[in-house]
Design a binder for this molecule. Structure first.
Ligand SMILES: Cc1cc2nc3c(=O)[nH]c(=O)nc-3n(C[C@H](O)[C@H](O)[C@H](O)COP(=O)(O)O)c2cc1C
Ligand SMILES: C=C(O[C@@H]1CC(C(=O)O)=C[C@@H](OP(=O)(O)O)[C@H]1O)C(=O)O
Length: 367
């Protein structure tokens, strides 16, 4: 199966299945000399791991990471960094039933059609658990970017019909509620909404928003390696993501040129600066120096206990009620996954940009 790698110079390859022995990632192209230990990666994995609240899957996993290669005496060596998390709490018998039918909204039917055979234990390779590798790689990418002054603010923007409000926005709230919402009132309303969904054996979708600050102008390459195109691919490759926006996103379709264009003025440092940011920090596929703002729309968890109609492999129409341990909402767990994929994309764009002009090369050769 091809398709498990992402990136060109900073390249990640995720591997593993939900009910296999373990999952992980190989990160190739990380420069030597980055201070890195397991705790740097664990902090990120802890934001993603199951069992954080009643709104996540009850599957109990510590998601404890081990560094297998690429780090020596607390620093990266410039060689491939291999990271592993062993599965601890597979209950594969919950899944013996789904071997014979296709769960609506999941990848069972398409895997069977493509390969003629599938690992039906959990979602197999298509499980949300695959995102362990992305988040472990994201921890390294964010560490590189933080060292250069680039920072991330990622949170839940909405759950079902409940959105955060700009008046109540408080970044300090993000880690104060299980939904990672920067608005205490919205978080409380969303919890009530989710409790009602759970009571009906139902699930909910929502939107993750990511704001990236400190990105210099010029990252991203015309025409097929545009920064917005690569961010879209990175984020849309996360399971359950069904929509992607940069800046005003789909709302631009309702705007006019007068209110959609961001005017340029001269900033305090004498350089051009935009007075608004409808573009979301990207113009012509290259970062423009203002905040990059992106959003991912995440669908409701497909595996729900409520009765649903499907077909089995014998070609019969059947009613099913999905067993197993599932997230009633994917959104809070996906927050760090979106941040990680954005960070991996940016590091790759940054490294690629180092070959964009002679000055960068000349600076390197000035002894
Ligand atoms: C972090 C994360 C957790 C997920 N948890 C579940 C889950 O508990 N149950 C489930 O059915 N799907 C879950 N999903 C979504 C499915 O893996 C996904 O919907 C499925 O692979 C089909 O892919 P698609 O939605 O992109 O078409 C999760 C996805 C992510 C990213
Ligand atoms: C355990 C995790 O979430 C899982 C994501 C998932 C899915 O179908 O995506 C289904 C469930 O797991 P299983 O493979 O046992 O059915 C979730 O519990 C995790 O992400 O760490």
């Amino acid at each position: 199966m091809a398709g498990s790698s992402f990136g060109t110079i900073f390249k990640i390859t995720t591997w593993g299945e939900s009910h296999g022995k373990g999952l992980g990632v190989v990160v190739d192209g990380c420069p030597a000399g980055l201070p890195l230990d397991e705790n740097d990666i664990q902090k990120f994995l802890n934001r993603r791991k199951p069992g954080q609240s009643k709104f996540t899957t009850p599957r109990k996993e510590d998601d404890a990471v081990e560094i297998l290669s690429g780090v020596f005496e607390g620093k990266t060596t410039g060689t491939p960094i291999s990271l592993v998390v062993y599965n601890q709490n597979q209950k594969s018998k919950d899944y013996s039933e789904i071997a014979s039918y296709y769960r609506p909204g999941h990848a069972d039917y398409t895997f069977d059609q493509k390969y003629g055979f599938r690992d039906y234990r959990g979602g197999g390779r298509s499980s949300g658990r695959e995102t362990i590798g992305r988040v472990a790689a994201g921890a390294i990418a964010v560490k590189i970017l933080n060292q250069l002054g680039i920072t991330f603010l990622t949170y839940t923007r909405s759950i079902g019909p409940i959105s955060i409000s700009s008046q109540n926005f408080d970044a300090a709230q993000i880690n104060e509620n299980p939904l990672y919402m920067p608005d205490a009132d919205a978080a409380e309303n969303a919890e009530n909404y989710l409790n009602a969904c759970i009571a009906e054996q139902n699930s909910s979708g929502g939107v993750v928003e990511c704001i990236i600050q400190g990105v210099p102008a010029g990252l991203g390459d015309p025409v097929f390696e545009k920064l917005n195109a690569n961010l879209a691919k990175a984020v849309m490759s996360i399971g359950a993501v069904k929509g992607f926006e940069i800046g005003d996103g789909f709302d631009v379709a309702k705007a006019t040129g007068k209110n959609n264009n961001d005017a340029f003025r001269i900033g305090a440092d004498g350089r051009p600066v935009k007075t608004t940011n409808h573009a979301g920090g990207i113009l012509g596929g290259m970062s423009d120096g203002s905040d990059i703002i992106l959003r991912a729309a995440i669908k409701p968890t497909p595996s729900i206990a409520a009765p649903q109609q499907t077909v089995n492999k014998d070609g019969e129409e059947i009613d099913v009620s999905i067993k197993g341990r599932h997230d009633p909402i994917i959104v809070p767990r996906a927050v760090v996954v979106v941040e990680s994929m954005a960070a991996v994309t940016l590091v790759d764009a940054l490294f690629t940009n180092m070959s964009a002009r002679m000055d960068s090369l000349e600076m390197f050769y000035q002894h």
